[in-house]
Ligand binder design. Structure first.
Ligand code: ADP
Ligand code: MG
Length: 408
């Protein structure tokens, strides 16, 4: 009797320990739109255009944007229905303006334009890392199979690496129901608990959580708090993934400072930008003592979209001379649909302003996400530290040659 009690006790303890110790995560399940490929801007633009055409001033741009954000991650028809209901399109357009009608108005343009869609910053690095380190991974997307090939026409390589491709049409219920993720785990041959999901929408994170998976959120929507109930961790971009936390092989491409600090930089495929220096908000020099020479983003959309918001380092060319620079790629603080800013601080004292002059930049490495600082002093201190890190790192073998991307 006693020994049975004891063995029951032992079994209990083992169960408890297992409950406390998360199971080893061996598979990665990836969402597509907004996570691996940059479809959100295109969808926003096309749906905005269609709704504006029949609703004119009846619906504020902000309301359309908000409705679109809430529907992100859903399958096309469900998303259209959600948007039509939320904006009450029957009242402002016509009685038959339901989700199906809205979808029929947006899909011809979208289908014609899916080919424009590009990979998200850091997506290629992530996929290559998973492949090279032998992690099995797959796709779980709300996109129906018939559109998947259109979206991935330029990225067949990425699709080819997936050990499973679960599309929205394969399941009865779309996200936020867990069906898509459950089918992914089954197809990958493991229990859901062994999977880590990378997702950009609250709806998708909800679905993954309901399936019992670990969830990394990479928000593509503004309201980060919407992810909190579902995500184990919320990161700023795919550059900031900490896979080791989930027992997966860590990235090995960060260069650390080796000075006892935790500062490190991530070399990226160099991005070159050029243009006249334009007026910013006048905040850099006045409030921080850190002037930033803004470039016009509209002319540099392609380059800017290939970089996640954050702090970077690299080179600048002005008046024929080369300077080190630290820059931020950020979101315009005024509400305007998806408008970014480019703000390099050239690490040199200039006698006078150089508005209107031609500036060329090479973005060579990622440093950190944009962060909220508790005080202006803390922010200034951090930016000066960024500059010190940049000066050291730009001398390293891994980065010093990136200066050759400037047109000298
Ligand atoms: P704005 O909001 O108009 O960009 P800032 O306060 O950020 O104003 O000042 C930026 C301007 O300061 C640049 O456009 C440039 O003409 C000048 N400037 C002077 N020194 C520097 C520097 N080291 N790095 C960047 N810009 C500088
Ligand atoms: Mg500036």
């Amino acid at each position: 009797m006693e020994s049975i009690d004891r063995s029951i006790d032992r079994v209990d303890r083992a169960t408890r320990d297992r409950a406390r110790m998360p199971p080893k995560r061996t598979r990665v399940v990836l969402d597509l739109d907004g996570t691996l490929i940059n479809t959100e801007q295109l969808v926003d633009e096309v749906v905005h255009g269609v709704i504006r055409a029949f609703a004119r001033e009846a619906i504020a741009s902000e309301a359309i944007h908000d409705a679109l954000e809430r529907a992100r991650g859903m399958r096309p028809l469900e998303a259209s229905e959600d948007v039509a209901t939320r904006l009450n399109l029957r009242a402002v357009a016509s009685e038959d303006m339901d989700g199906r009608k809205l979808l029929s108005l947006t899909s011809p343009t979208l289908n014609a334009r899916w080919g424009e869609v590009r990979l998200m910053p850091g997506a290629e690095r992530l996929l290559e890392h998973l492949r090279a380190s032998g992690v099995i991974f797959g796709l779980a997307t709300s996109t129906p199979r018939e559109y998947l090939d259109l979206k991935m026409k330029r990225h067949e390589n990425a699709l080819g690496m997936m050990s499973c491709v679960i599309t929205g049409d394969l399941v009865a219920r779309g996200k936020p129901y867990p069906d898509i993720f459950e089918l992914a785990a089954k197809t990958l041959g493991v229990a859901s608990e062994e999977c880590v999901v990378i997702e950009d929408t609250p709806v998708g994170c909800d679905a993954a959580r309901r399936a019992g998976m670990s969830v990394i959120a990479v928000p593509s929507t503004r309201d980060r708090s919407a992810f909190e109930p579902f995500a184990d961790v919320i990161v700023h971009s795919l550059y900031d993934l900490d896979l080791a936390r989930f027992g997966l092989p860590p990235f090995t491409d960060w260069l650390s400072m080796d000075d006892g600090s935790t500062d490190a930089v991530l070399p990226i495929p160099p991005v070159v930008m050029r243009g006249p220096v334009v007026k910013g908000f006048g905040r850099g020099a006045k409030e921080l003592g850190i002037p930033t020479a803004n470039l016009d983003v509209a002319a540099l959309k392609f380059q800017v979209d290939s970089l996640a918001p954050g702090i970077y380092l690299g080179w600048a060319k002005l008046r024929g001379s080369v300077y080190e620079q630290v820059m931020s790629i950020g979101w315009n603080p005024f509400f305007d649909n998806a408008k970014k800013t480019i703000e390099p601080w050239l690490l040199h004292e200039f006698e006078e302003d150089f508005y209107g002059e031609e500036l060329e930049l090479v973005v060579a490495a990622y440093l950190r996400p944009e962060a909220d600082f508790t005080s202006l002093d803390a922010l200034i201190e951090r930016i000066h530290r960024d500059a010190a890190v940049a000066k050291v790192m730009l001398k390293r073998d891994e980065l010093k040659d990136t200066v050759k991307f400037l047109h000298l």
